[in-house]
Design a binder for this molecule. Structure first.
Ligand code: 5GP
Length: 192
């Protein structure tokens, strides 16, 4: 998606350790006009899928998912990061290793909001090694719901998440795929 690529190229900051900072428009301050265009594009890309719910993970996925949901006319459920001592039989849960914070979280979704009748679009801001998305897939499988697709704002193409999800047959659509980025020069190149 050219609009998003241009914005990343203009305002993205390449950090050491494979991290792309997009705090000025996506992860901290949020450009809602841009989110709206992204939502429209996700809708176009997944128009053939019978999606009745969007699932994301707190915190950065929530804004994108909510704006996208306006185009799908479906509710958004977000997986919550929980303390494991609070886990009980009322939730689906999985473990996710945070790429940016390097720690493992339990993530949970109440059994009230996910079930076998659901056809889910997973949405998130970034795809790196795929831990967050795999955690959400596990939760969906636990609920015996169907994964209709996975929509990502920014995929880092050299990390393994995207390749492995595509190889497993998931319909994965990333609005921008960063092919390479250099913390020394700040240069970011995209896969087209
Ligand atoms: P994964 O679980 O695929 O390894 O990483 C995805 C998650 O880590 C996303 O939910 C996102 O919050 C965070 N993340 C991964 N890479 C980056 C990055 O380069 N920049 C930012 N801002 N977040 C990232």
């Amino acid at each position: 998606m050219e609009l998003l690529e241009k914005r990343i190229a203009r305002d993205g900051i390449v950090k050491e350790g494979n991290v792309l900072k997009v705090d000025s428009f996506l992860n901290h301050q949020m450009d809602i006009e841009l989110f709206d265009e992204m939502g429209k594009e996700f809708r176009r890309l997944f128009a053939d899928r019978p999606i009745n719910k969007i699932l994301t993970i707190e915190a950065s996925g929530i804004g994108i998912a909510c704006v996208a949901a306006r185009h799908f006319h479906v509710p958004v459920v977000f997986a919550k990061k929980a303390q494991s001592i609070n886990l009980d039989g009322e939730v689906y849960s999985s473990k996710v290793e945070s790429f940016t914070h390097k720690r493992v979280y339990d993530v949970i979704v109440s059994k009230k909001y996910l079930g076998p009748e659901d056809h889910i679009l997973i949405l998130d801001d970034f795809l790196a090694n795929g831990c967050a998305v795999n955690g959400l897939i596990e939760i969906i499988e636990g609920a015996k719901a169907t994964v209709e697709g996975i929509g990502i704002a920014v995929e880092k193409g050299w990390q393994t998440g995207g390749k492995s999800l595509r190889e497993r047959g998931y319909r994965l659509e990333s609005l921008a795929i960063v092919e390479d980025m250099d913390p020394q020069t700040g240069r970011i190149t995209f896969r087209r």
